[in-house]
Write a protein that binds this ligand. Structure first.
Ligand SMILES: Cc1cc2nc3c(=O)[nH]c(=O)nc-3n(C[C@H](O)[C@H](O)[C@H](O)COP(=O)(O)O)c2cc1C
Length: 213
């Protein structure tokens, strides 16, 4: 906050009732400490005041607050056409491969919001990852964040991912991708072998015992 008069100093977070708060789609009893609980919750004011009141006591802070709830940003997409249209397709799938560019060491916001807009559609299904980025890390930070997210959705992340460090170097002069396919194809085959094993194993298991945890 110091030296940033006019800059954002505090974030109010997503609007109450949005997916981030375990809102309308929440399933009671999931045991993660926030879903299914419904105490009286005044809109973000207490949390914002906690920070602003302390900051206001200081003479080396110029305070400006931005409450995300005051702006028209999508917290969840549940009722929107893309999500309604995608829901049966995701529900019918036995497995997923998420292809993700790394954005600021993580997952692009729109992809995360899309993922957050579904729930049971991910349940007890395997997820493979392909990551890429402009840096040397090859999207691994986005992939590892997605792995954490998928755990929350009762999905199983595949151990081996396909990664493209310095992705622009994987195009040849004619724009073909990947310029040297041998390594990426071997990595993709390994990931798909794992994915298929889990997809069949979980489909068989669910035919005997539906997943209801
Ligand atoms: C907002 C933003 C943040 C990014 N952050 C990273 C990053 O942290 N690490 C990285 O390797 N690439 C980063 N990139 C590059 C993207 O991962 C991606 O490689 C680039 O946008 C080209 O991919 P595209 O053609 O699919 O857009 C970022 C790009 C954008 C637009």
């Amino acid at each position: 906050m110091r030296g940033l008069p006019g800059g954002p100093a505090a974030y109010g977070g997503a609007a109450p009732g949005s997916a981030a708060y375990g809102g309308p789609r929440s399933r009671p009893g999931q045991g993660d400490g926030h879903r299914g609980l419904d105490p009286p919750r005044p809109p973000g004011a207490g949390r914002l005041r906690l920070v602003t009141a302390l900051a206001a006591l200081r003479d080396d802070v110029a305070l400006d607050t931005v409450d995300v709830a005051d702006h028209e940003l999508p917290g969840g997409l549940d009722a929107l056409d893309p999500v309604v249209a995608l829901r049966p397709r995701l529900a019918a799938a036995d497995a997923f491969v998420l292809i993700v560019p790394e954005y600021n060491r993580s997952v692009p916001g729109p992809l995360k919001t899309l993922i957050d807009s579904f729930q049971s559609e991910w349940d007890a299904k395997p997820v493979g990852f392909l990551g890429y980025g402009l840096s040397l890390t090859g999207g691994v930070r986005a992939v590892e964040h997605l792995r954490q997210v998928s755990a929350e959705f009762h999905a199983v992340g595949m151990k081996d991912a396909v990664l493209f460090p310095r992705v622009l170097e994987h195009y040849d002069a004619q724009g073909r991708f990947p310029a040297e396919p041998e390594g990426p194809e071997a990595a993709a085959k390994l990931m798909l072998d794992e994915l298929l094993w889990w997809a069949l194993a979980l489909r068989d298991a669910k035919s005997v015992r539906p997943y209801g945890v």
